[in-house]
Design a protein around this ligand. Structure first.
Ligand SMILES: *Cc1c(COP(=O)(O)O)cnc(C)c1O
Length: 383
C-alpha cells in the first residue's frame, strides 16, 4: 500500500481546514446551548449564528438577513427552486434550467413537473457553455425562475452567469445560481453576478459536510420547505447546527480571502495535468479550454471504462473520479457528457482530476508518471 493518498477529488469534497475545526470546536464542546434559549448559553449560540450571517454577508456582498443556513448544498438548491415555484404559482408554472445541472437541481425540476410545473432544459455547446440568448428566448410570461450553475462540477466549465443574470433582471424573472462547485475557486459576489438566489455548500471549500447556505435577495419571496420552529427567520425550521454554521462561515471567509494566493497554484497544477494527460493516445479534454475552474482537469479516453482507471489509480494511492460522485456506480454515461454530444466510446472513459490547495507539484508528477501506463493497461485488457 502507498503511504499516503494523493487526493485529487476536491470537486467531490475537501478536507476540513484546521482553522475551521478550531473555530467549530467550542460549539461541539462547552458552548452546547440551543440558540433559541434565553439564558447565557443559548445567547452565545445565537450570537455565533448572527456572526456567521454577518461574515457570509460581508464575503458575498449582501445583507446578513439575506442568508439562510440549511443542511447541505442539495437542500439549498431544493429550497431555492421549490421555494420560488410554490410562492409563484399564481404568476406562472414555467421553469428554465440547463441539461448539465447537478441532480439536486435537475431532480427538483422533475419533481415539480408532477405538480403542474413544466421545465425547459437548455442545451449547451460542445464545451458545456449555455448561450445567454437561449435563456432570453426561453423566457415566457409564465416563467417564474431561471436556474443556471456558476460552474459545472464534472467538466469545470464556467457559465456566463453574469450575462444570464442581466437578461433575467431585465425581464423581471428571478435568477438562481448553483455556485456550490465554484465557491472554492471563484469570487462570489451576488451583486456582480446579478443573482436573486445563490446556493453554497461548506464541504466543497474546506468546511464541514452537512451545511449549506442560500442567499435570497431582499424582496424575493420563497416558501419554506421545512415546517416547524421559526429558526433562520422562518425560512428553515429546526435547531441550528451551530458548529456547522460557524465552520461554514469561517471556511467561506478563508477560501475567498485566500483566492489570490491559492488560484495561481491551482491553475499551475491543472495546466500541468492537462498538458501531460493530452499526450496519452486517444485522449481529449472535456469542458471549456479557458472558461473552466482553476482546479478542474477532466478528460475522456476512447475505448476505456472510466471506473477501471479509477480502480487502478486507487491501487496506486491516487483518489480521482470519473465525473460526478453522485453517479459513480451507475452504468449510463453522465448526463453532462451526453449533453456535450460525446459518443459512448468516449463518454464511458471519463476521468476528473480536481487538485486542491494542499496538493504539491510532486503529487501531480506522480499522477502524470502513472497515468499513461494505467490507461494503456486498461485499454489493452478491455477492462
Ligand atoms: C456538490 C454539489 C451539490 C450538492 O451539495 P451537497 O452539499 O453535497 O448536497 C450541488 N450542486 C453542485 C454543483 C455540486 O457540486
Amino acid at each position: 500500500m502507498p503511504e499516503r493518498t494523493i487526493y485529487l477529488d476536491h470537486a467531490a469534497t475537501t478536507p476540513l481546514d484546521s482553522r475551521v475545526l478550531d473555530a467549530m470546536l467550542p460549539y461541539l464542546t462547552t458552548e452546547y446551548g440551543n440558540a433559541s434559549s434565553i439564558y447565557t448559553l443559548g445567547r452565545h449560540a445565537m450570537q455565533a449564528i448572527d456572526r456567521a450571517h454577518e461574515q457570509v454577508a460581508e464575503v458575498i456582498h449582501c445583507r446578513p438577513t439575506e442568508i439562510t443556513f440549511v443542511g447541505c448544498g442539495s437542500e439549498s438548491d431544493n429550497l431555492a427552486i421549490k421555494g420560488i415555484a410554490y410562492a409563484s404559482q399564481k404568476k406562472g408554472n414555467h421553469l428554465i434550467t440547463t441539461q448539465i445541472e447537478h441532480h439536486a437541481v435537475l431532480h427538483t425540476c422533475h419533481y415539480l413537473e408532477r405538480f403542474g410545473f413544466n421545465t425547459t432544459y437548455l442545451p449547451v455547446d460542445a464545451y458545456g457553455r449555455v448561450d445567454p440568448d437561449d435563456v432570453g428566448r426561453a423566457i415566457t410570461d409564465q416563467t417564474v425562475l431561471v436556474s443556471v450553475m456558476y460552474a459545472n462540477n464534472e467538466i469545470g466549465t464556467v457559465e456566463p452567469v453574469q450575462e444570464i443574470g442581466r437578461i433575467c433582471r431585465a425581464k423581471k424573472v428571478p435568477f438562481h445560481i448553483d455556485a456550490v462547485q465554484a465557491a472554492g475557486s471563484m469570487p462570489i459576489d451576488v451583486a456582480a453576478l446579478n443573482a436573486d438566489l445563490l446556493s453554497l455548500s461548506a464541504h466543497k471549500f474546506y468546511g464541514p459536510k452537512g451545511v449549506g447556505m442560500l442567499y435570497t435577495r431582499q424582496g424575493v419571496r420563497i416558501l419554506p420547505q421545512l415546517q416547524g420552529g421559526s429558526q433562520e427567520r422562518g425560512r428553515r425550521a429546526g435547531t441550528e447546527n451551530v458548529a456547522g454554521i460557524v465552520g461554514a462561515a469561517t471556511a467561506l471567509r478563508l477560501v475567498q480571502e485566500e483566492l489570490p494566493q491559492v488560484t495561481p497554484h491551482l491553475r499551475a497544477l491543472r495546466d500541468r495535468l492537462i498538458e501531460a494527460v493530452l499526450t496519452i493516445p486517444r485522449s481529449r479534454l472535456t469542458g471549456h479550454p479557458n472558461e473552466r475552474l482553476p482546479n478542474n482537469a477532466s478528460f475522456c479516453f476512447e475505448g476505456v471504462e472510466g471506473e477501471s482507471i479509477l480502480l487502478s489509480l486507487d491501487l496506486l494511492g491516487i483518489a480521482a473520479s470519473s465525473g460526478s460522485a453522485c453517479t459513480s456506480g451507475s452504468v449510463d454515461p453522465s448526463h453532462v457528457l451526453v449533453a456535450l454530444g460525446l459518443p459512448p466510446e468516449w463518454s464511458h472513459g471519463s476521468l476528473r482530476l480536481t487538485p486542491g490547495k494542499e496538493n504539491s507539484e510532486g503529487d501531480i508528477e506522480t499522477v502524470i508518471a502513472a497515468l499513461p501506463g494505467v490507461v494503456e493497461k486498461v485499454r489493452n485488457l478491455g477492462l
